[in-house]
Design a protein around this ligand. Structure first.
Ligand SMILES: Cc1ncc(COP(=O)(O)O)c(C=O)c1O
Length: 402
């Protein structure tokens, strides 16, 4: 997971131009990765929430991905990149009548229904405007509680507001409005699964209940949307996900359950490894036996470690041969929660050295809380063979304070 020489050089160049912490995205690496996903036996959508940066959306667009959008902001950002609305679907637990009307007005016609209320509101608009809508029913399955289960941002086996039980979507309980064409079902409850066998077993375990629902609705060539959940390695010793095994699992699912199509909405796996967060060391000190590296940035730019207690891989931008030692990395916020992990870094590390957090292309900047303590916003830039492109320079708090 160490930085390649090419990436290191690009980041070194960028760090010379940037006064503050920044995000950098490797567009050539991303494109090469996306090209390798084109053979998937599934229709691929990009979950824009993972990273809504324009250049990232453009890269996914160029590789034929559809777009899973969750808000009007995401929708407008995708449309602004020239994506046709027929390639957009809408998921999310909140779809107010105003939200639905906005989406319809912008040409979106595929919706993942998460409640009976959403179905009623959408049907009303479709009736008024005499349009047809394609829908998937979002299903939440009850799973036996695993005492070992770690905190999962998608809820895992806990009840969540994402979708309804299969029983609540059965034809004897739910009436499909005439304006809707039912394409299939959507089911997604676990994120960041790194073991392909576990992922495939989870899909296999869900299928009997999903299939009973598909049978009850007698959908010819149904779609099963499995969401995302494909993991990337954050800890050094972890192996990458076996993509070939994932593809085999999808083929197996399609033939065993006679599915028309599998869909996946990839976020983390699509873009995570192609983003880097860079921040300078502000101070190094010991306190009660703990060796601290305090950085200028922190959780206000990169919140995920505080949410999940999982660190991003970190290394020093300056290659150096000095022995490694353990540092607790903290950011600039006045809370003990602003800890970005306990990691090994050169013992020669000093103030002003840049640290690079990799795997930060997904759930990075827009998942964070950049306004807390009024520090500068990090810049976002891309690099590729054609050079460095700063899409948003760092901005001081005066840009957003009222
Ligand atoms: C509905 C939906 N689809 C897809 C994704 C993307 O998941 P991942 O990043 O695990 O691929 C998410 C993430 O929260 C989601 O909520």
């Amino acid at each position: 997971m160490a930085l390649t020489e090419q990436v290191r050089k690009a980041l070194q160049l960028a760090s010379k131009q940037q006064p503050h912490s920044f995000y950098a995205y490797d567009l050539d690496g991303l494109d090469q990765h996306l090209a390798g996903l084109e053979s998937a036996p599934a229709k691929l959508w990009y979950a824009v929430k993972a990273n809504p940066l324009s250049a990232i959306i453009q890269s996914l667009d160029a590789r034929g991905f559809g777009f899973d959008v969750a808000s009007l902001g995401e929708l407008k950002q995708v449309l602004a990149q020239g994506v046709d609305p027929s390639r957009i679907l809408n998921t999310g637990p909140v779809k107010t009548p105003e939200h639905l009307a906005d989406f319809i007005e912008h040409g979106v016609r595929i919706f993942v229904l998460e409640s009976h209320q959403q179905a009623d509101d959408l049907a009303k608009i479709a009736r008024e405007q005499q349009i047809r809508i394609q829908v998937l029913l979002r299903v939440q399955l009850p799973w036996a509680k695993d005492p070992e289960e770690k905190m999962n941002v998608l809820g895992g086996s806990n009840p969540t507001p994402f979708g309804l039980t299969p029983e609540q979507w059965m034809p004897d309980t739910f009436t499909l409005p005439d304006e809707f064409e039912l394409l299939g079902v959507h089911c997604f409850q676990w994120g960041n699964i790194l073991c392909a066998d576990t992922l495939v077993q989870t899909w296999q375990a869900a299928m009997p209940k999903l299939n009973a629902l598909l049978d009850a609705w007698q959908i010819p060539e149904p779609v099963v949307d499995l969401g995302g959940g494909l993991g990337i390695p954050y800890a050094g010793q972890q192996q990458e996900l076996d993509w070939q095994r994932v593809c085999q699992g999808l083929e197996q699912l399609k033939s065993e359950f006679q599915l028309g199509q599998c869909w996946m909405e990839l976020g983390r796996y699509a873009v995570g490894p192609y983003g880097y967060y860079a921040s300078k060391v502000a101070d190094i000190k010991d306190n009660q036996g703990v060796h601290f590296a305090v950085i200028e940035g922190g959780s206000q730019h990169l919140l995920r470690p505080a949410l999940t207690t999982q660190a991003f891989p970190v290394e020093s931008l300056q290659p150096c041969d000095s022995p490694l030692t353990s540092y607790q990395i903290h950011g600039a916020l006045c809370t003990g929660l602003d800890c970005l992990g306990s990691l090994q870094l050169p013992d020669s590390l000093q103030r002003g050295d840049w640290l690079i957090f990799s795997q930060a292309g997904a759930y990075g900047f827009t998942e964070s809380m950049p306004y807390f303590l009024c520090h500068a916003l990090p810049a976002e830039l891309t690099f590729s063979q054609s050079g460095i492109n700063v899409l948003r320079p760092s901005a001081p708090a005066s840009h957003y304070l009222a």
